[in-house]
Ligand binder design. Structure first.
Ligand code: AMP
Length: 465
């Protein structure tokens, strides 16, 4: 139960806090371990992450979505009310706890509820509609960690609030599908309509009675679902249930006239812009706030495996803003898991250029030289030339070895004599040739040299695997 989740389990389990506010560190040799389901994203993965983030930002700007940054911690109740108390996310997976002021808070498991909250808090209904927002950041679910499933993961999402028309749904699906096409990832859009809460009610009665004769085949979890939130049973990954579902009534046949027309229009718009989709009568999405259109983005070829590893998903949530106390505001949106996109890129050996490597190395000999170096770094930064160093090494030989490893074009050598003379030695790393130049002109000299070398002697760059 959600209630139980948000109570701190046992007071004794809380880390004991010293007077100074420091949590005592366990003494011993074992290094601290990462929490299960959490991970570091190291520098060799960053090129792909940057590629994804840059493309998402460019797409958002092209379609005039404005960025919104939302807090990681929200009142726990925001998610319980909107996602649904019977959903796995709220019931089992939420990082919810009492904060030091006694408020029940949760680390956000998703961001749509926060977007709706921000929409209400900041009176965005006064802006021209639709209000189009996008976000990106970490989400937290205490899920069972497995391949492609983490407890801290990242999503980007697009939300369009204020307009009920089917064109909004179609535009969002178009944006998602274009993004994946640009990435070279083949996807299918799985799509369905779950109608309005009213039209759903009749269907749910029908579905419950359809399952009655099959009750003994259901797991305890599914029995509970059938009682509390029968729609969720359509999402079941249990092969026996999937078999039964083949004959189950389909929600699409129970839609009210308006929802039916709305859905037909979404599909027509998608046909118009040639976005292929697959009608999926079992797709309902896990969360309570969805109405009408729901969709998921699956990697092509994954269709047989159900949505275990969907790249993203979304849909219309016409009742959400009102549910949290705002004016009735139709809305639609989607979220995509960045880890899954990055993995799909890695599976295709997409290796974006890493951050530009330094093309100059600064070798220092003695303290006076280091001081000049500090200033020089700043001067090179101003003109956009990255410079590397090895302040941990003092011997020239050792520093030149580092410079060689980094594959820079030039090393600047600065010893005591040069500092006194106001000069610097430039060493061409390919030929080994050295020249002495006026230290005050070093930046412009290097700018010239590097632009001449451009194209002839490209910097050696690591390829991200
Ligand atoms: P959802 O809101 O659950 O449909 O999530 C939307 C997308 O976020 C999914 O399609 C995944 O790409 C990603 N996602 C959700 N949960 C996780 C998780 N535990 N680990 C990694 N990615 C996730």
């Amino acid at each position: 139960m959600f209630k139980r989740n948000i109570q701190p389990k046992k007071i004794e389990e809380k880390p004991k806090v010293d007077g100074a506010g420091e949590v005592p560190v366990k003494k011993g040799k074992a290094p601290p371990e990462l929490l299960r389901g959490f991970r570091d994203i190291l520098s060799d993965e960053q090129a792909r992450w940057t590629l994804v983030r840059d493309r998402v930002r460019a797409l958002a700007e092209a379609y005039s979505f404005d960025r919104i940054e939302l807090p990681i911690l929200e009142r726990a109740d925001l998610f319980a009310r909107t996602l649904g108390k019977q959903t796995d996310v709220v019931e089992k997976e939420m990082y919810a706890f009492e904060d030091p002021s006694g408020d029940l808070v949760a680390m956000r498991p998703e961001a749509t509820a926060s977007v709706a909250r921000a929409f209400v808090n900041h009176g965005m209904f006064n802006l021209p509609q639709p209000v189009k927002l996008w976000y990106e950041g970490p989400m937290f679910r205490h899920d069972r960690p497995q391949a492609g499933r983490y407890r801290q993961f990242h999503q980007f999402g697009f939300e369009s609030l204020g307009v009920p028309d089917a064109i909004v749904d179609a535009q969002l699906i178009l944006i998602a599908s274009r993004l994946f096409r640009d990435f070279g990832i083949d996807i299918t859009i799985q799509i369905n309509s779950i109608g309005t809460p009213e039209s759903r009610a009749a269907y749910l009665t029908e579905l419950t009675s359809f399952f009655r004769p099959h009750r003994n085949k259901l797991s305890e979890d599914d029995k509970r679902r059938l009682q509390k939130n029968p729609l969720r049973i359509l999402d079941s990954k249990d092969p026996a249930i999937q078999e039964i579902l083949k004959d189950a009534p389909q929600i699409i046949d129970w839609l009210d006239e308006d929802s039916k027309q709305h859905f037909t229009k979404v599909l027509e718009y998608l046909d118009e812009v040639e976005v292929p989709y697959q009608l999926n009568p079992h797709l309902v999405r896990g969360l309570d706030y969805y109405t009408r259109t729901v969709f998921e983005i699956w990697e092509a070829g994954d269709e047989g495996e159900r949505a275990q590893n969907a790249l993203g998903g979304g849909g219309r949530y016409d009742g959400l803003v009102e549910l949290i106390g705002g004016r009735p505001t139709p809305a639609c949106g989607f979220a995509v898991g960045i880890e899954r996109v990055v993995k799909a890129l890695a599976d295709r050996n997409v290796s974006p250029e890493p951050r530009p490597h330094a093309r100059i190395f600064f070798a220092q000999l003695g303290d006076a030289s280091r001081r000049v170096g500090l200033r020089l770094f700043e001067e090179f930064r101003m003109v956009g030339i990255p410079v590397a160093e090895a302040f941990g090494k003092n011997a020239l030989k050792a520093q030149l070895e580092v410079a060689n490893k980094l594959g820079v074009d030039y090393t600047l050598l600065l010893g005591q004599k040069e500092v006194l003379d106001g000069t610097i030695i430039i060493r061409d790393m390919d030929s080994g040739a050295q020249e002495i130049v006026d230290a005050t002109k070093i930046v412009s000299i290097m700018q010239r040299k590097l632009s001449v070398a451009e194209g002839v002697n490209r910097p050696k760059q690591d390829v991200v695997q």
